[in-house]
Design a protein around this ligand. Sequence first.
Ligand code: CMC
Length: 435
Amino acid sequence: MAESTITARISVSSNPEQSWEFPVLHGSEGPDAIDVTKLYKTTGMFTHDPGFLSTSSCESRITFIDGEKGILRHRGYSIEDLAEHSDYLEVCYLLLYGELPDAKEKAWFVKEITYHTLVHEQLEFMFRGFPRRSHPMAILVGAVASLSAFYHDSLDIHDEKERDLAAKRMIAKMPTLTAMAYKYSIGQPFVFPQNALDFSSNFLNMMFSVPAEPYKVNPVMARAIDKLLILHADHEQNASTSTVRLASSSGANPFACLGAGISCLWGPAHGGANQAVIEMLREIEHVDRIPEFITRAKDKDDPFRLMGFGHRVYKNYDPRARVIKKYCDEVLEEIGDQEDNQLLKIAKELEKIALNDDYFVQRKLFPNVDFYSGIIYEAMGIPTALFTPMFALARTVGWVAQWKEMMEDPELRIGRPRQLYTGYPARDYVPIDKR
Ligand code: CMC
């Protein structure tokens, strides 16, 4: 439990004589929080905070962000260190269990995840029910939630072992389901997981191999995928994670709640931004047209926003974007595309212009994680519609770790926000012939 050593005094201007005191909670880092859980009972008032701009919804030990300084840490380790030295499954272990694994624990975890990469054969028929042109996110929402229909031995949320099994299943099966969504959309046969391969190579193999000829995974591509997965693994209480937490707070099963998280991620203000960035760069088409788009982004009468720019928490360069930019150069060099990559040229120039423009400077709008990721995905041959599923694949561990943490919290209660009602007061029913 977070500690409290001081209190905050609240009074209302209509009655300055009366005031109430509330505990101020201190986390291990970051701003303090006023504990208002007893506010309604004590004062008869709610707090009002649409979009949760100033509201902490839970205590968590998993991820720390300092948005002003551009810092992101998982369990105390910086994202830069993890991206440089770790691999995705090691980061998954860290997020789930709180510590980096030793060699024996790592081997155990890799084996456990690998064991669950296959999906139930019957799921194939579910895929076949979708039109081929379906967005893969639409398929994933359904396929992931439907896992609850197949894996009855991991649905008891009150049983620690079943929770752990569900967590591993979700992490293990997401690459398989994502690759299946892709294969289905292009009319190629599904490729079974190859458990001799590492996590990222296995994913690339399921995406790009065909039964007709041998396929060798390019290690530079596998490494880049692994880094991208690490960079997207968790981001504390973002919209999709909060969705998973809220859905799970009712006691719903984790597979269904993950489906809810995937739905939330799909939106262009969240994970859908990676697809929107590439579409925007394609629409810009040439560096000469950048000023036109910058003007549109600043125009309050135009709904257009610079996709991949801005963040609710980061008021500095998103540390994930910095790392991705570096790998972007590495991947494009490997495939010999760095010089001619028009989209990268436009992206770099766009970033330069925006970072020197008063509108973006004053509002502290910097490139976020989605700004460069699509360029790498595109260079690897991953289709645009699959960018957001890639985000979902990576974020699965974050959702699962946050869900596990919440289920282990003795103070768990159903999430139920209140509202400021602004509709009609009570009025008499009017019969239809009198309206
Ligand atoms: N282009 C132009 N103006 C912007 C942008 C942008 N991308 N982002 C924010 N602003 C302006 C906004 O109009 C507002 O201006 P004013 O104060 O004059 O009204 C100001 O900056 C503050 O923006 P906000 O909408 O109040 O900020 P928010 O915290 O509610 O929204 C955001 C954050 C990420 C939704 C928003 O910055 C955005 O829409 N960015 C583009 C979409 C995007 O890249 N999303 C990915 C986010 S990172 C990955 C993830 O979360 O999945």
